[in-house]
Design a protein around this ligand. Structure first.
Ligand code: IPD
Length: 262
C-alpha cells in the first residue's frame, strides 16, 4: 500500500519541481515574511503548494493535507505533509540546495516520503519497511563512525532567540566533531545522512513538513531519527544518525538543556 502512495507522491513532487525550475526567475522576489523578517515566502512557494494540493485532491479527494504555506485541511485517515520548497532562502539566492518534500501518513504514521532535490535532479524516496532509494540504488547510512570523526549537518530556525541558542549549541559541538555542514534544507540534510554524504544531523525545532519525508528516507537507510531523552522529534531537538553515533550526539547535546523552549 505504501508504494501506491509513494508513486503518487513522487509523480506530484516531480511535477512541482519541474514547474519550479521552469518558472524560477533569475532573481525571485520575497512576497511576504512569516515568523520573522528572515522567514521568507516567494510567489512560487505558494504556486507549488497550490499545484501539489490540486493534484492530491484530484487523485484522493478525501485525504487531509498539512502544507507549509496553506496549513491543515481535511481530516481523513490519510494525511499528506507538504513542503513545496524546503530551503526557500537557497531558492531565493539560486543556491542548488532546495527540495520539494512530500510525505504520506496513514493513521499518524509516515509510510511514504519523497524529497526531490530539484536543482541536482536527485529524487530520494522511501516506503515504510521497504527501504530508501536514490536513482535505483538502495541507500544505507554510514555506520561505526565515532563522534570525533563525524561530519554533522545542522540547520537554524528563523526566530532570533532560537538562533542565539543554536549558536551556543554549535559552539559546543564544533570542537568535538570532524566538521559541520549547514546546507539550508532540512529535508535534503536528512537524505544526505541516508546517502552517507554526512554522518549525522541535528537541529532544534525543524517543522514537521521539513522532516516528515526526509526522516523516513533516513530511517529506511538504517539511521535512527528521534528527539532527546527518547521523545519523538517534534517539537524538540531532532537528531539523526546511525545507532551508536545517534547516542553519542544525544549525550553531547544533553548537557545544554535541549528541552528548554528556545
Ligand atoms: C528551513 C530549512 C532549513 C532549516 C530550517 C527550515 P524552509 O525550511 O529546512 O534548512 O534549518 O529550520 O525552516 O523555511 O526553507 O522551508
Amino acid at each position: 500500500m505504501s508504494t501506491v502512495y509513494l508513486e503518487l507522491a513522487e509523480r506530484i513532487a516531480r511535477e512541482a519541481g519541474e514547474m519550479l525550475l521552469a518558472k524560477r526567475p533569475a532573481r525571485p522576489e520575497v512576497l511576504a515574511t512569516k515568523s520573522s523578517p528572515t522567514d521568507v515566502v516567494t510567489a512560487l512557494d505558494r504556486a507549488a503548494e497550490e499545484l501539489i494540493r490540486t493534484r492530491i485532491k484530484e487523485a484522493r479527494p478525501d485525504d487531509a493535507i498539512l502544507g507549509e504555506e496553506g496549513g491543515a485541511t481535511g481530516d481523513g485517515r490519510v494525511r499528506w505533509i507538504v513542503d513545496p520548497i524546503d530551503g526557500t532562502v537557497n531558492f531565493l539566492y539560486g543556491l542548488p540546495e532546495w527540495s520539494v518534500s512530500i510525505a504520506v501518513e496513514v493513521d499518524g504514521e509516515v509510510v511514504a516520503g519523497v524529497v526531490d532535490v530539484v536543482p541536482r535532479g536527485e529524487v530520494f524516496t522511501a516506503a515504510k519497511g521497504e527501504g530508501a532509494w536514490l536513482a535505483g540504488e538502495r541507500l544505507r547510512c554510514n555506520t561505526g563512525v565515532p563522534l570525533d570523526q563525524a561530519l554533522i549537518a545542522t540547520g537554524f530556525g528563523y526566530d532570533p532567540g532560537r538562533r542565539a541558542v543554536q549558536a551556543e549549541v554549535l559552539a559546543h559541538v564544533v570542537p568535538r566533531v570532524r566538521d559541520i555542514r549547514r546546507g539550508g534544507s532540512a529535508a535534503s540534510d536528512l537524505c544526505a545522512v541516508a546517502a552517507g554524504r554526512v554522518d549525522g544531523y541535528y537541529e532544534r525545532g525543524p517543522q514537521y513538513w521539513d522532516y516528515a519525508a526526509g526522516g523516513l528516507v533516513a530511517a529506511e537507510s538504517g539511521a535512527r531519527v528521534g528527539g532527546m531523552h527518547g521523545k519523538p522529534y517534534n517539537p524538540g531537538l531532532t537528531l539523526c544518525a546511525a545507532p551508536g553515533l545517534f547516542e553519542a550526539l544525544h549525550d553531547l547535546l544533553a548537557p545544554l538543556d535541549p528541552e528548554r523552549d528556545a
